[in-house]
Design a protein around this ligand. Sequence first.
Ligand SMILES: N[C@@H](CCC(=O)N[C@@H](CS)C(=O)NCC(=O)O)C(=O)O
Length: 259
Amino acid sequence: MKDSGKRLRLVTIPISHFCEKARWALDRASLDYAEEGHLQALHRRASLAAGGTGQVPVLVTGDGHAVPDSTAILRWVDERLPESRRLYPDGALGVEVAELAAHLDEPFGSDTRLWAYHWFLPDPRLAVGNLMRTRTIPLAQRAIVPLVLPLISLFVRRRYSIDSQSARAAEQRFVAVLDEVAERISDGRPFLLGDRLSAADVTFAALSSPISLPPEYGSPIATLDDLPPRARRRMEPLHGHPACEFARGLYRRERGVRR
Ligand SMILES: N[C@@H](CCC(=O)N[C@@H](CS)C(=O)NCC(=O)O)C(=O)O
């Protein structure tokens, strides 16, 4: 679908799970869009130029209007879908979905991101390999990755205040959310709420992805085998958490990546 004839644009840091949340909604609605990926730090200029706040994702509609923030993008996409396909259903269920999705958004999303950066960034091979094969990042940016990786790492560490202590605290908080989700799905339900995919599922599956590492992620992502031994040892029990299994199941059944 196009607004005013122009193709939609999604400005991203491709590995970002908030961007993935928005990308999932656009793909699921079969909307035609171009992803414009950027390296961390370079994203800021692109976000501001697109009408965003400096963060990503930013959706630029066909008439040039900016929709920053992944939740606002899910809502924008929903307005273009029939009720039966919306991620936020009508009525009381919709209110419940919005509340649960908000609970699974922050600080959960920031915590899984902080933890993954803390454990993945020290291995330059992993980060360079990932960024180099992310085709939504322009070639000119990919070409300088080996050179600028130390600066990107510094930017990311400062921006999210990453150190061993903050990573431990983030882990405690996100594991509590994983436990809550595991409790909720212990009756074998296929979705967090209701009988079809909702914004709560998309939010949880996307924002847990730094830990659940779903192969169907909408941009290149590491596998357990890619991780350096120390990170892998830390990751394995979390990756095997029942809530992460549930998130991978949602990805397998529902993600349908646009290629
Ligand atoms: N609430 C925002 C959070 C977006 C967000 O945290 N984006 C990160 C990427 S995961 C970002 O832009 N980080 C770089 C920065 O803050 O400068 C959303 O849902 O879109």
